[in-house]
Write a protein that binds this ligand. Structure first.
Ligand code: SF4
Length: 431
């Protein structure tokens, strides 16, 4: 394999199979399985490759992409060779998006959806993924309008079913277009994205649609031929883990990975069990988990039982779903604390605060791999302790440096962290 371009390794690059990103524990290789789906056997094979060519840690990103960690310059060529030759990834040419669309992991299977969001997403990929000049991070949410709402997922464009055979298209700054028939949407989205890409040279610093100035956004909207309309009503938050029904005697199992991460051996066990129970399709969710579809009740319960035994998330109320944490030490050489292990302790200690909406980020060092943005409470690893930052990022001024047990204690009712996180005063986070 030819040498990687220098820019392919810089942080902030949108990584892929061919262009990994350098992180604290080696190269991060992001995989885009064809159709965002794998068979249980393919999941097992990816787990094998993660052990063979990486450090055995596998992640699911907030856009539902698989990521292998700890890959090296020496192991990367053989990993790529295996992934491509075995059809485990769908790697697009060039610097543009590897995947444009994001759907619910149950798209195409969920009877509560008003349209077939999986089919529409595939049509949008075909019409728009190769539009020249699109930034690699461009994201289009395709939401079938069913129970698994994607309202919370950040996107450049949002295609949302608002009735049977009817969608609205959301653009930045809350401007909605429509209604449109699903069959017309791929061309409309292509028109919007052509307008966005064509405008980028004029607005040098802009990489996301939300950063377009008003004139650029209005020009793009005017050319697509759809009138502006009311935004769709917001829907209840989706259940990120559990056993949703897909129809008479047909179920899915949604399983979360704690902090979006698992060791390869755990995933291999899950894949083998799913295969033994007749599962054929695994999808990946923006809640950093897996979805097993089209199971009967007994198969579904057996899978949940195994996932529980493996320490994975099977209940929507699990506080770990609300915590962002990187791997930390010892998996990451730059880790100054055991961020992932400590996050599990903190999730338990702060469960009532998390249930009330607290955003907690636990980072093994200042690099902030798990969450570049702010959180109500950010804990930054420093020589075995944590710097505690309220309403900020890992680079903001900390309120103090504490060890794990001190933080746990101060998060309890009546203690200062708890009070600060629940007081709602202007200087502190609101939960
Ligand atoms: S933030 Fe975490 S994963 Fe990233 S370099 Fe620091 S310790 Fe490693």
């Amino acid at each position: 394999m030819s040498a990687l371009p220098k820019e392919a390794l810089r942080r902030g690059w949108c990584p892929s199979t061919l262009r990994p990103m350098e992180t604290g524990d080696g190269w991060l290789v992001r995989l885009h399985p064809p159709g965002n789906a794998l068979s249980p056997r393919q999941l097992g094979r990816i787990a094998e490759l993660a052990q063979e060519h990486g450090n055995g840690l596998v992640e699911i990103s907030a856009r539902g992409n698989l990521q292998l960690r700890g890959v090296t310059a020496e192991t990367h060529p053989a990993l790529v060779e295996a992934l491509l030759s075995e059809g485990l990834v769908d790697e697009a040419e060039g610097d543009g998006p590897q995947r444009l669309t994001l759907t619910s992991p149950l798209a195409g299977h969920d009877p509560s959806d008003l349209i077939d969001a999986a089919a529409l997403a595939a049509a949008i990929e075909a019409s728009s993924r190769s539009i020249p000049g699109l930034p690699a991070k461009t994201c289009i949410v395709v939401d079938g309008g069913g129970t698994l709402s994607l309202d919370h997922v950040a996107a450049d464009l949002r295609v949302v079913a608002i009735g049977s055979g009817k969608v609205a298209i959301g653009t930045p700054r809350g401007r909605w277009l429509g209604p449109a028939a699903p069959a017309a949407v791929p061309d409309i989205v292509a028109s919007l994205l052509h307008g966005f890409a064509a405008g980028l040279p004029t607005f040098a610093a802009v990489r996301r649609m939300r950063d377009l100035p008003e004139a650029g956004l209005s020009g793009m909207i005017a050319k697509c031929g759809l009138a502006e309309t009311q935004p769709p009503a917001r829907r209840p938050a989706p259940k990120r883990a559990g056993v949703p029904s897909l129809g008479p005697s047909c179920f899915a199992v949604l399983i979360g990975l704690p902090f979006g991460r698992s060791d390869a051996a755990t995933l291999a066990q899950l894949g083998a069990a799913a295969e033994a129970r007749g599962s054929t399709t695994i999808r990946f969710s923006p809640w950093r988990g897996l979805a097993f579809v089209d199971l009967d009740w007994i198969q579904a319960q057996a899978l949940v039982g195994l996932a529980d035994e493996l320490g994975l998330i099977t209940q929507n109320t699990d506080p770990r779903l609300s915590v962002q944490a990187c791997a930390g030490a010892p998996a990451c050489l730059r880790g100054e604390t055991r961020a992932s292990r400590d996050a599990a302790t903190l999730a338990e200690a702060a469960a009532p605060l998390l249930a009330a909406g607290l955003k907690l980020h636990v980072s093994g060092c200042v690099k902030s791999c798990a969450n570049p943005g702010p959180a109500d409470l950010t804990l930054v690893g420093h020589e075995g302790h944590y710097d505690a930052v309220f309403s900020g990022t890992t680079r903001d001024k900390p309120a103090g440096r504490l060890d794990l047990s001190q933080i746990v204690q101060r998060l309890q009712p009546g203690q200062d962290f708890h009070t600060r996180l629940t007081s709602g005063r202007a200087s502190g986070p609101k939960v």
